[in-house]
Design a protein around this ligand. Structure first.
Ligand code: SF4
Length: 440
């Protein structure tokens, strides 16, 4: 089907946002699908950092931002609320400078970023009035009604790009006639539309076989599906050779699935393809699958940043974490990582705060344990994600979670829990900072 599609990665509204290797990988799949179906694709990334933006050697850096009116629900929050991404006039200029599209596809991510999505759609509509706007992505899947309410003139697609039945049944103009993708399809057609990149996305699989109470991975991608190693290697080689990308972030939910069975194949394919970048894992690695062999493979492949998804080793929270690890397991994985040659400063461990019934003392105790391993502590505050067991449990006590997606914001929600307020959150952040300062 021949038509011109404009794909837009929207602005983000939040209290904080940092480009820690962020890529709208779902939109890249969409672009690949549109091109496979014969569409001409134009891409506008509202979060594109300016070419001269300052950043770190590992490719990360701050997004441009501006103040944005704080929604009433955040009235008690002292922090400034911002819109991250390009200016409105820059977006208008870019939209005005491209050929008129037949349809506009806008992505969506965190549920509480809805004001940024609404603002993006408003501006897009003002420049290309009368063109169908289709919203898909994570929020469209998790909270389709709220997205419809926020953007009443847009079509909302609540399915995935891998589900032919849902695509056809959507009856959405242009979308419903497209052939779906498979996880094995290459992202190369999408990467071709990128004109520059501070870093690149790497993805060896979709989904995760575990089911932690706070995670929607199972809902968004039922089951674990590996992607062919040669396809992954070709994508990274393209980014390295065409755009000069030297830093890659892995987007897998379960990169080390089954003791790195698939990952080691991918690492060998990367080596054969001559991919020599620095690799980072902002998504937490599964501690249980971080074997010495896998960690040696990661070190040889060029991994520089390891993040372990520990959350908590407390017995009381085994149901939440699916029993995915323990203090003993984390200590073993950290020791193996150091044996493989990773320094403490390159290893970060996510510690979760805000699980049901979890006290601040318990969180700080976990943080001290992580610090005792001489690695960095990365505190993460719970954001209740719709369609997850933890959301259901919390929604019974905090009805606001069903009333507005803005309440899912991690910075806000934690302050609703007993024992947690802004000073308590700051204390946890300060503890992490103090502990991390001595890690080398
Ligand atoms: S292990 Fe990670 S990706 Fe898998 S369900 Fe748990 S939080 Fe989600």
């Amino acid at each position: 089907m021949s038509f011109r599609a404009l794909v837009v990665n929207p602005w983000v509204t939040d209290f904080k946002l940092y480009d820690e290797w962020m890529h709208p990988v779902g939109l890249y799949f969409l672009i690949a699908m549109l091109k496979q179906n014969g569409a001409q694709v134009l891409y506008v990334d509202c979060l594109q950092r300016p070419p001269d933006a300052l950043g770190r050697a590992n490719g990360t850096g701050a997004f441009p931002h501006r103040p944005f009116p704080k929604p009433a629900i955040y009235g008690t929050m002292l922090r400034r609320y911002k819109l991250y991404g390009s200016t409105e006039s820059d977006l208008c200029t870019r939209l005005s400078g491209i050929p008129a599209p037949d349809a506009v596809f806008v992505g969506s991510s965190m549920t509480y970023w809805l004001p940024g999505l609404r603002e993006t759609v408003r501006v897009v509509r003002s420049v290309v009035p009368g063109t169908p706007v289709v919203i898909g992505g994570t929020s469209a899947q998790l909270i389709p009604s709220a997205v419809r309410e926020a953007c009443p003139d847009a079509f909302v697609y609540g399915g995935t790009l891998f589900d032919q039945t849902a695509i056809r049944a959507s009856n959405i103009p242009y979308l419903s006639s497209l052939k779906s993708l498979s996880a094995c399809d290459s992202l190369l057609p999408a990467l071709e539309v990128l004109s520059r990149a501070f870093h690149g996305p790497a993805l060896s699989s979709l989904g995760c076989p575990l089911s932690c109470s706070y995670c929607a991975s199972r809902f968004l991608h039922p089951g674990y599906v590996p992607r062919p190693a040669p396809v992954v290697a070709e994508e990274l080689a393209f980014l390295q050779n065409r755009l000069g990308v030297g830093n890659f972030a892995w987007y897998d939910d379960a990169l080390l699935h089954n003791n790195g069975e698939h990952f080691l194949l991918v690492a060998r394919a990367l080596s054969r393809a001559g991919v020599t970048g620095a690799f980072h894992t902002p998504n937490g690695l599964h501690v249980r699958w971080a074997t010495p062999e896998v960690l040696d493979g990661m070190k040889s492949a060029g991994f520089e940043t390891l993040r372990f998804g520990y959350e908590t080793g407390g017995d009381a929270f085994l149901r939440d974490t699916g029993g995915k690890t323990s203090r003993k397991g984390l200590a073993r994985a950290v020791s193996a990582a150091k044996q493989a040659g990773f320094g403490g400063a390159s290893i970060g461990v996510y510690v979760m705060a805000g699980l049901a019934g979890q006290t601040r003392d318990q969180v700080e105790d976990e943080m001290e344990f992580v610090a005792s391993l001489s690695v960095k502590t990365k505190p993460v505050f719970v954001s209740p994600v719709p369609r997850t067991p933890l959301f259901e449990r919390y929604a019974a006590a905090y009805p606001v979670l069903r009333q507005t997606p803005l309440s899912h914001n991690d910075s806000y929600f934690i302050t609703l829990l007993p024992g947690w307020d802004a000073p308590a959150v700051q204390q946890v952040m300060d503890l992490a900072k103090a502990n991390n300062a001595s890690v080398s």
